[in-house]
Design a protein around this ligand. Sequence first.
Ligand SMILES: [Zn+2]
Length: 340
Amino acid sequence: MKIDCHVHLVAMSQASGCRVSRRLRFFLRFLGVRGARTPEEFDRLYVEKLAAEVCASELDRVVLLALDRVHGEDGAPDDGRTDLFVSNDHAHSVVRRHRDVFLFGASVHPYRADALDELDRVASMGACLVKLLPNSQGFDPAAPRLRSYWRRLAELGMPALVHGGFEHTLGVIDQSFGDPAQLEPALDEGATVIVAHAGTAGLMHRRETLGAFLALLAKYPRCYGDTSALGNAWRAHYLRLLLDPDLLERRFGVRIDDAAKRLVHGSDHPIPITPLAFAGRIPLEKLRRVGRLENPLQKDVQLKRAAGLPDAALTRAYDEIGIGKPSAIIQEHTPGLSAT
Ligand SMILES: [Zn+2]
């Protein structure tokens, strides 16, 4: 099964119970849906367009991501510092209506007082992973208080998809929380961790975080990276690096013979793709063909393929990590869940 494991859900209407800050609304105007006259219409069109794009692509499923609010150390939600909040219930209801194209990616802030119960709840609702964005959600993945959280994820067999590197879209509380090295305790507790963007820093940062991700790959077999946003101008230069073990060793001092074997496909939709940024790395004719594609999900697949990423990245989430496979937990707790 071909899966895009990193697609964002966005919802603007009051009825959705979600939240998009004014700053992000401005940004979203240039991405995704155009022509929506009301927030309700935006929500409907965003989902319908995406579902149609999955159908028209070679992908079998995309993981549609919730995103939990910022929470303070006391466990209280902090709406003032939250740019994007997509609730688990909303994401789940959208996925249930389009089970043929979407998988449920939940999000549970580890500081929530009910974090462990919420992990159990989303697992019983069929979540295939838990998405976290430490830089913007405001927590340090290495904080000792998170040990039980990571352990519960390991027990549930639910992978964590965790942002790695610097965050460029949402408001940031602390960029150092995105350092892949902070994920060691999660892996020590036995959780499967997919480091988003393969832990790459992005352009114009003095500190490169890719080396820390490679060190995790070398040490933990349950660590993976996703290719999300590697088709964007900010991160376009990394794909070539990830496919060249000698170059990786020279730059970061870590020998990974086939880093691509630990990568799973993700787009980071609706973050835009910039084929032009691959000029000089992909033959021009191929690049033009990709650039002409209108379906952003398919365009992302073909751009990475043209850049040399093996197709196994498309099926690895299912084949190796089990994302999209029916879960024993769902059957145990919610026998009627498939009756939609
Ligand atoms: Zn993302």
